[in-house]
Design a protein around this ligand. Structure first.
Ligand code: ADP
Ligand code: TRP
Length: 360
């Protein structure tokens, strides 16, 4: 009897730097947890990285880093397909084709585009609702009197992401909250393609539901999330000395003055990290100490640093071994590209047919 085909899962991380604790808890660890049960495809988004980080040397180094970190965190190339986005030329061709059905306006209204375009132009985020209007934004982009420019790749970022997903006919896409709008656009593009050509060709992908609230790993600088562009990251490959120093420098407050005081954001953030990395007993110990005002933040930080290191040390050690083994890295991506390309080529072949690109 045939076993039913596993559902196709796909996700990628941009090759823009080393992976941090936010990437680990928000993405990597989840990828590892589902690789036995789904047809998993995890890739390194180097084409997407080009939209904001085009330096060739760093790009190349970061592709290797993300690949080694995927493997070191436990993604198994015998279970999941691991590939580099630019190893699949079919993606670039289909990106051109899908763009014919994507509106410039809808791309310009995407939150991530507005954000990144403003950064590229050196503009700060608007403070009033008026400034955030689409017209004001368009005037800034089109008429920007500056030598800075917003590259067209940034605008069409969602098309490329939709192609990553649709070309593999993936139905489940594990991503963070910030990517949900892109996923919504992917569904819209799939529906539009199907209805324009009168076909039932692309499935509409949804977010992978892991149950429970999504994890948001905070930074150590008091507010917001841990993120590469925030400059507040604890990297998986941070040397223990560096990591301890970063944790000891984390923002706190003057300490609770009365029993059961509410927690300030920086302190709550330390507890969030402790909950992710420590045992329930340790968390309870420090929560009780906070509640009865006996807490010493220095002790909390020391404990936190050691518990984070217990998570990251085995990964860091494996990363170094893996990076030293070029042959292994090459074998993994060759094998991954072969599988991913086969499916991509099949989808593209059909897309060309559907669109009327059939030669003579
Ligand atoms: P960064 O924000 O550092 O540039 P990316 O946008 O490349 O990270 O994110 C890659 C993956 O890691 C995404 O799935 C994203 O949701 C997840 N991720 C990134 N930062 C965090 C965080 N602080 N908490 C939880 N998940 C995160
Ligand atoms: N845009 C995603 C991010 O910044 C990375 C990405 C590119 C991706 N293509 C994808 C994620 C396809 C999931 C599926 O995190």
């Amino acid at each position: 009897m045939d076993t039913p085909a596993k559902e196709i899962v796909l996700s990628g991380i941009r090759a823009t730097g080393n992976l941090h604790l936010g990437n680990y808890y928000g993405a990597l660890r989840k990828f590892v947890s589902i690789q036995n049960d789904y047809d998993c495809n995890f890739f390194i988004a180097d084409l997407h990285a080009l939209t904001t980080a085009p330096d060739p040397q760093s790009l190349h180094a970061n592709v290797r880093n993300v690949l080694a970190e995927y493997l070191a965190a436990g993604i198994d190339p015998e279970k999941a397909t691991i590939f580099i986005q630019s190893d699949i030329p079919e993606i670039s061709e289909m990106y051109l084709l899908l763009n014919m059905h994507v509106g410039v306006g809808e791309l310009m209204r995407t939150a991530s585009f507005k954000d990144k375009a403003r950064k590229a132009l050196g503009l700060t985020a608007p403070t009033s609702a008026q400034d955030d209007s689409d017209e004001a934004f368009e005037r800034q982009i089109i008429g920007a009197e500056t030598n800075k420019r917003v590259n067209a790749g940034l605008l069409t970022y969602p098309t490329l992401m939709a192609v990553d997903i649709l070309i593999q006919k993936a139905t489940k896409v594990p991503v963070g909250k910030d990517q949900l709008q892109h996923l919504e656009l992917t569904r819209r593009f799939a529906r539009r393609f199907n209805s324009f050509y009168g076909v039932d060709f692309f499935p509409e992908p949804t977010d992978f539901d892991f149950g429970g609230a999504p994890v948001k790993v905070p930074g150590l600088d008091g507010s917001g999330k841990m993120g590469k562009s925030e400059g507040n990251c604890l990297y998986l490959i941070d040397d223990p000395k560096v990591l301890r120093k970063k944790v000891m420098r984390a923002t706190t407050d003057e300490g609770p003055k009365e029993p059961n005081s509410p927690m300030s954001e920086p302190v709550a953030n330390l507890f969030t990290l402790l909950e992710l990395t420590s045992t329930p007993e340790v968390v309870k110990h420090f929560r009780d100490a906070y509640a009865d005002c006996s807490i010493r933040y220095g002790d909390l930080k020391k404990q936190l640093a050691e518990d984070i290191l217990a998570v990251t040390t085995p990964i860091r050690e494996r990363v170094n071994d893996i990076l030293a083994d070029d042959q292994y890295l090459r074998r993994v991506v060759r094998q991954g590209a072969e599988k991913a390309r086969a499916r991509a080529a099949e989808t593209l072949r059909e897309v060309r047919q559907i669109m009327g690109l059939r030669g003579i």
